[in-house]
Ligand binder design. Structure first.
Ligand code: ATP
Ligand code: MG
Length: 574
């Protein structure tokens, strides 16, 4: 392909809203053009990248027996009501919903469990027709709270979503493992450094899930991992060994103390001699919302530890949780912020506590009275017995739950997610098949997603330098470019055409840069666009000499024209 026929328009500066390298570089290279927040047009070169990545995904899924289909983007609310998800997605505000001309509620698909379940339910009647695994590669729509980082968090983006249907749990386990293997091969083929982590299942629900994370400093997710045991988890899900805290000792009488203006754990440590954070129970009030209900709940955590709001929402089975406002705290406890506690807490406020407090004696807590705290509080004796759950945020440095070694922290970009759904959707939607005994049974499902537009951006995040992008060969827009430095010189044009033809004949995905522009501008463009191998045909063309540049590391070497094909093939490992 000739670059003179491809729309390429590189910019001198980064766009003002670009914060991370992939966004800056993709925009500066003209690969993406913003239309609205989180909505982008892909240039011809960018679209080649996305298609090449999509093709790798396809090949690896097809190898595992998955079938490509195409589902509708626009979906009726009715389907989402049948699975019970409409309200949650509308409350979250994540879904683009609209009404058709008849006033029927519709949405633009943020994900496709309902549509795929309907499709497979109509096609599959018997256990004999399974396993079934169908996928599609298509635009998804999510009205993200903070669309940002270019293709990383778009409101319209390309996703591969796959759904497996099996007759039993063993079938699901096998389907899940196959998808996991296909994902590993996909990301390995793209030359990405990735980690598989345990994940929260989020709004999709289900039994277990893992995320594929591309490790990068700019990643939006925090990961905790242990090299020794191989344990790795998204911090939303992670657990750790409970850090030690001094024991409370034998049960004593509770006492109430005036603590004017003393509100935080640190202030309390200063105020009460010998009462370290680990002997306190802080009480944090949250506002929780369910489909048809909302409430203020009180959450107790050991003073030296933090609350994980994802675990809290899961424990409450709530749609959303957020910190209560000062007014809400005042209303629920009768005291100012900083004095909430289990003692004298209204029966109407549900009380939860982290497992770190279970069985602990003689705690320091608030008592819902401005300017007072209590010492030697014993849960269940001096106040209601809380419900205990794991609500704790695991932190780097704490012991790995498997090996006990200190956990390490890294940032990651979620490029893929695999879920065991079980029968959550099929039961709700009454999607059944005839099992071996001739009885109707709900499908046992899995679902699987890959960020098809996010992954190339993540690849740039791992592969760039101060000059521009450095595409990994498998997803580069072209593997090689032959650039004519002075198109007025016929010997340069002829030699470049010849090399271009030879490389193409040798099976190299090559383009010819025959654009009329200065050599300096051409060098700069190619540094920025980052094609892996670059052949510059310039002044020495008459001597049948060219310059070969390996973009990774910017290694330049002179090369005889008749060695170009062999050298390029060698550099591509062929
Ligand atoms: P995130 O936690 O990043 O919001 P998610 O867990 O909501 O993502 P999934 O529903 O698991 O996303 O979607 C499957 C995959 O689609 C993700 O692993 C990610 O690679 C990609 N993806 C999700 N949301 C976006 C988005 N807004 N822009 C681009 N890609 C996305
Ligand atoms: Mg996810």
């Amino acid at each position: 392909m000739r670059l003179s026929q491809i729309l390429i328009s590189t910019l001198r500066d980064d766009p003002a809203d670009a914060e991370i390298p992939s966004h800056k570089l993709l925009a500066r290279a003209g690969f993406i053009v913003k239309i609205a927040a989180g909505v982008y047009t892909y240039s011809p070169l960018m679209w080649r990248v996305v298609k090449k990545f999509a093709q790798i995904v396809r090949e690896e899924l097809d190898r595992e027996g998955a079938n490509e289909v195409m589902l509708p983007i626009i979906q009726p609310a009715e389907l989402w009501q049948s699975s019970g998800r409409w309200d949650r997605y509308v409350t979250d505000g994540i879904m683009f919903s609209l009404k058709d001309r008849k006033g029927t509620d519709m949405c633009l698909g943020p994900t496709h469990e309902e549509v795929m379940t309907t499709f497979v339910n109509a096609q599959v009647n018997s256990y004999k027709q399974m396993p079934v695994n169908c996928y599609q590669i298509q635009a998804k729509f999510r009205d993200e709270i903070r669309p940002r980082f270019g293709l990383m968090r778009g409101r319209e983006f390309v996703m591969m979503d796959a759904y497996s249907f099996d007759a039993d749990d063993a079938g699901l386990d096998a389907a899940y493992q196959k998808m996991r293997n296909a994902y590993c091969r996909t990301f390995e083929r793209c030359g990405l450094d990735y980690t598989i982590v345990q994940a929260d299942s989020g709004a999709i629900g289900g039994a277990g899930s893992e995320e594929f994370m591309v490790i990068a400093d700019t990643g939006e997710d925090a990961i905790l991992f242990c090299k020794g045991s191989g344990y790795a988890a998204n911090v939303e899900k992670a657990t750790s060994q409970l850090p030690e805290a001094p024991a409370g000792g034998e049960v004593r009488e509770m006492s109430k103390h005036e603590t004017p203006g003393v509100k935080t754990v640190a202030q309390l440590e200063d105020f009460f001699d010998g009462w370290v954070a680990g002997r306190m129970a802080k009480t944090v009030l949250y506002h929780a919302a369910w489909k048809e209900d909302e409430a203020i709940v009180a959450v107790m955590m050991r003073g030296d530890l933090e609350i994980n709001e994802v675990k809290l929402a899961n424990a409450l089975d709530a749609l959303t949780v957020r910190l209560a406002t000062d007014e809400e705290i005042q209303k629920a406890t009768g005291a100012e912020t900083g004095f909430a506690g289990p003692v004298n807490l209204s029966e109407d406020v549900r009380l939860l506590a982290d497992l770190s407090l279970e069985g602990r004696t003689n705690l320091l807590t608030g008592c819902n009275e401005t300017g007072y705290h209590c010492l030697d509080v014993n849960l269940g004796r001096d106040c209601q017995q809380p419900e205990f759950h794991d609500l704790r945020l695991a932190r780097a440095g704490e012991g790995c739950p498997v090996s006990g070694q200190p956990l390490e922290e890294a940032r990651g970009i979620e490029v893929g997610h695999i879920f065991k759904l079980g029968t959550k959707y099929s039961s709700a939607m009454q999607a059944t098949f005839m099992d071996q005994r001739g009885k109707p049974a709900p499908f046992v499902m899995g679902c699987y997603g890959i960020g098809v537009s996010r992954t190339p951006a993540a690849a740039v995040e791992q592969h760039f330098d101060d000059k521009g992008m450095v595409w990994p060969v498998p997803i580069a827009p072209f593997e090689c470019v032959v650039a004519i430095l002075d198109s007025k010189r016929s010997e340069q044009c002829e030699l470049a055409e010849k090399l271009y033809g030879e490389l193409e004949a040798a099976g190299v995905e090559v383009c010819l840069d025959d654009r009329k522009m200065s050599p300096g501008a051409k060098f700069k463009d190619h540094e920025l666009m980052g094609l892996p191998l670059q052949v510059f045909v310039g002044r020495k063309a008459g001597d049948r000499q060219v310059e070969l540049l390996v973009r990774k590391g910017m290694e330049k070497s002179d090369c005889a024209a008749d060695e170009v094909v062999a050298k390029v093939l060698a550099a591509l490992g062929r």
